[in-house]
Design a protein around this ligand. Structure first.
Ligand SMILES: [Ca+2]
Ligand SMILES: [Ca+2]
Ligand SMILES: [Ca+2]
Ligand SMILES: [Ca+2]
Length: 301
């Protein structure tokens, strides 16, 4: 009885597979389930972003009228009605080409940004920790995240467009008040207009639909240089191929990028114990082959 049931079930499954695979061949289209081509999506996002930049403005009058007033926050609005004579964002933007890798190929994506106030402090590396307040929105005006009280952002963990955008700004200065609070001034303020491939791309996150370009208004107060794996090298120094991004370097190909790998050459000796054994302040290259000991699996003593 049991066997018969199994046989019947198998027969049913076979029939189902046969009947359905034939029927659906003509109108079944799986392209909706595949990750989109980043060059095609990049071009589509660029159209959306350019259209936004041509039809919107920021409150540049406020910033021009009060150059030393750091209580001004960035506001975006549509050019229409009483604002129809405003200068569009597109007249202020600069752009960077940022590659993303898809199927082993680097595909450039266009990041637009506006430096409203550059800031007078230090430029962050794109894997530092940064103290920021910000507003994140979509091109339709939907605000998906907003922080008016500053928080620390580990840039190694945020979307690439934000990481690469914030390096156009500099940190500020601060005064400590008698009650222990801080007043920041002279800090960087800017806008980033980010194609989806430098954002969340095919992921739908926190009310952000998949393939959404993102807009961030950012105030950048201060930074902390970070050594994520405590191996003695600040994370920005672990950009071995010097392409400007330490997140894509994995010398020993073990799946952990060097900035998260305390033994970068996987030779069993921690990087911090291989860097500078004689303590002269120079990274060691014992065999003089141009590869420092901490990246040279042949040197492990
Ligand atoms: Ca790199
Ligand atoms: Ca590694
Ligand atoms: Ca490392
Ligand atoms: Ca090692």
């Amino acid at each position: 009885m049991k066997l018969l049931n199994i046989l019947l079930l198998n027969m049913f499954l076979i029939l189902t597979i046969i009947c359905c695979s034939d029927d659906d061949d003509d109108d079944y289209d799986d392209s909706a389930f595949l990750i989109r081509d980043a060059s095609v999506q990049g071009a589509a996002d660029d159209e959306i972003l350019k259209s936004y930049l041509e039809t919107h403005f920021y409150n540049y009058d406020d910033f021009n009228q009060s150059p030393g007033d750091y209580s001004i926050s960035i506001k975006l609005d549509t050019i229409e009605g009483s604002n129809s004579n405003k200068i569009p964002l597109i007249n202020f933007v600069e752009e960077k080409e940022i590659p993303i890798r898809q199927d082993g190929v680097d595909i450039p994506q266009k990041l637009y940004y506006i430096v409203i106030r550059e800031g007078k402090g230090s430029t962050p590396y794109n894997v530092d920790s940064t103290f920021v307040s910000y507003k994140g929105q979509l091109t339709n005006g939907f605000i998906f995240d907003q922080r008016d009280v500053p928080i620390w952002f580990d840039l190694a963990k945020v979307v690439k467009g934000f990481r690469m955008g914030i390096t156009s700004l500099k940190s500020g200065t601060f005064d400590i008040n008698s009650n222990g609070t801080y007043d920041f001034s002279n800090y960087g303020q800017g806008l980033f207009f980010i194609p989806s491939a430098l954002g969340y791309y095919n992921n739908s996150v926190g009310g952000i639909p998949e393939y959404s370009p993102l807009i961030f208004s950012v105030n950048f107060y201060t930074l902390s240089t970070t050594d994520h794996d405590s191996d003695g090298l600040d994370s920005y120094m672990e950009d071995i191929d010097e392409d400007g991004d330490p997140l894509n370097d994995d010398s020993d190909q073990d799946g952990a990028p060097n900035l998260y790998d305390p033994d970068d050459d996987n030779d069993g000796v921690f990087t911090i114990n291989e860097l500078d054994k004689n303590g002269d302040g120079i990274i060691d290259d014992s065999d003089g082959d141009g590869t420092p000991d901490y990246l040279d699996p042949n040197i492990s003593n």
